[in-house]
Write a protein that binds this ligand. Structure first.
Ligand SMILES: [Zn+2]
Ligand SMILES: [Zn+2]
Length: 350
């Protein structure tokens, strides 16, 4: 690309590379806006969409009701326990009073107190009965709370089972959605990549190369940055396989290009000196000379050694003598640096 040695041309080329990058940037912005809008094609998934509603709804109601009745039973139990405590206290106090009275009666032995003994015993029995009653109520509330708790646990267990099934279904659907979104993106970016490949093969050196390169950069960015993160992984298999395929393709291209270059070079080195020199562009030859390599075979040559007129590797003439003034000059220069005679004219004339 930058074989030119003219200063302005060099800077123009750099400017055009900036144009290519800016063009790629705007194309990428447009592309990612379009790609970013794509997932809206799919609505977000919710667990509720996958649960067996006919089975789940009554279970949810059962859980809510059981919770309610458990709360009510708990409150009633607390009340009943308090009442039982009160009944027990009353019973204990009455019994104490009675036993005091009884010991007094034993001491005094008054027979007219028999009727009072009977009535006091009856009152004690009533208190005992009240305590028993309170005890029964506490037990009943305990039973109710336990029933509610167990009903809730059963319903929750069944509900959890339904949720597990639903989340499995949702995961499968999510994988399908992921694949679908990936395919949308692939359908959009793969043609771009193919067009970019064609442009690279056919048009990368055309007059409008900045736009060609801008498009190629954009297509590469769209494919490897916008698409690859959405590649379904299937446990990493897809990523690695795609990576292997791409590496093989790029590697094959490089190997083929290298062999083609070597074959071309070998063929060129068999051609006569003048033909080879004519096929090399002037700027290419100068750029290679500036790097200290032979313009013909690109192997290193000691250009400062005035003894060397020909490349020792490929035999191409590096220096010759002006036909007019006989000054030693580069065989690739178009004019003699000493007298200004055109090299072409002296070749024809000599
Ligand atoms: Zn050479
Ligand atoms: Zn000359």
């Amino acid at each position: 690309m930058s074989k030119s040695l003219r200063l302005s041309e060099k800077w123009f080329r750099r400017g055009l590379w900036v144009v290519a990058l800016v063009f790629a940037g705007f194309l990428t912005g447009l592309g990612s806006t379009i790609v970013g809008d794509l997932p809206r094609v799919e609505h977000p998934l919710q667990l509720d969409d996958f649960i067996d509603r006919a089975a789940a709804l009554p279970l949810r109601e059962t859980v809510a009701k059981a919770e309610e009745s458990q709360k009510a039973a708990q409150a009633a139990l607390e009340q009943a326990q308090l009442r039982l405590e009160a009944a027990r206290q009353a019973n204990r106090n009455a019994r104490e009073t009675f036993s005091n009275w009884l010991s007094t009666r034993h001491a005094t032995q008054l027979p007219d107190q028999d009727s009072e003994l009977i009535s006091r015993t009856k009152a004690l029995d009533a208190l005992k009965a009240a305590e028993d009653d309170a005890q029964k109520k506490v037990l009943a509330q305990r039973q109710a709370a336990l029933d509610a708790r167990q009903a809730q646990a059963r319903a929750s267990e069944q509900l959890a089972e339904l949720n597990r099934a639903a989340s499995k279904k949702m995961q499968e659907e999510a994988r399908r959605v992921e694949l679908r979104v990936f395919l949308y993106r692939l359908a959009l970016t793969l043609p771009l990549l193919l067009v970019a490949g064609w442009l690279f093969a056919k048009k990368r050196k055309s007059t409008y190369w900045p736009f060609v390169w801008g498009f190629i950069i954009f297509a590469l960015f769209a494919f490897f940055v916008e698409l690859v993160p959405y590649l379904p992984s299937y446990g990493g298999y897809v990523r690695y396989v795609v990576g292997i395929v791409l590496t093989v393709l790029v590697g094959r291209y490089a190997i083929v290009a290298l062999n083609r270059y070597l074959a071309r070079q070998k063929l060129a080195e068999q051609q006569p000196d003048q033909v080879r020199r004519d096929e090399l562009s002037y700027d290419t030859a100068l750029a290679r000379l500036a790097k200290g390599v032979c313009p013909g075979c690109e192997r290193p040559v000691d250009l400062k050694n005035t003894e060397i007129d020909f490349c020792p590797h490929c035999g191409i003439g590096l220096f010759d003598h002006c036909g007019k003034c006989d000054a030693r000059k580069s065989a690739f220069s178009k004019f003699c640096h000493a007298c200004g005679t055109p090299a072409q004219a002296q070749a024809q004339g000599g």
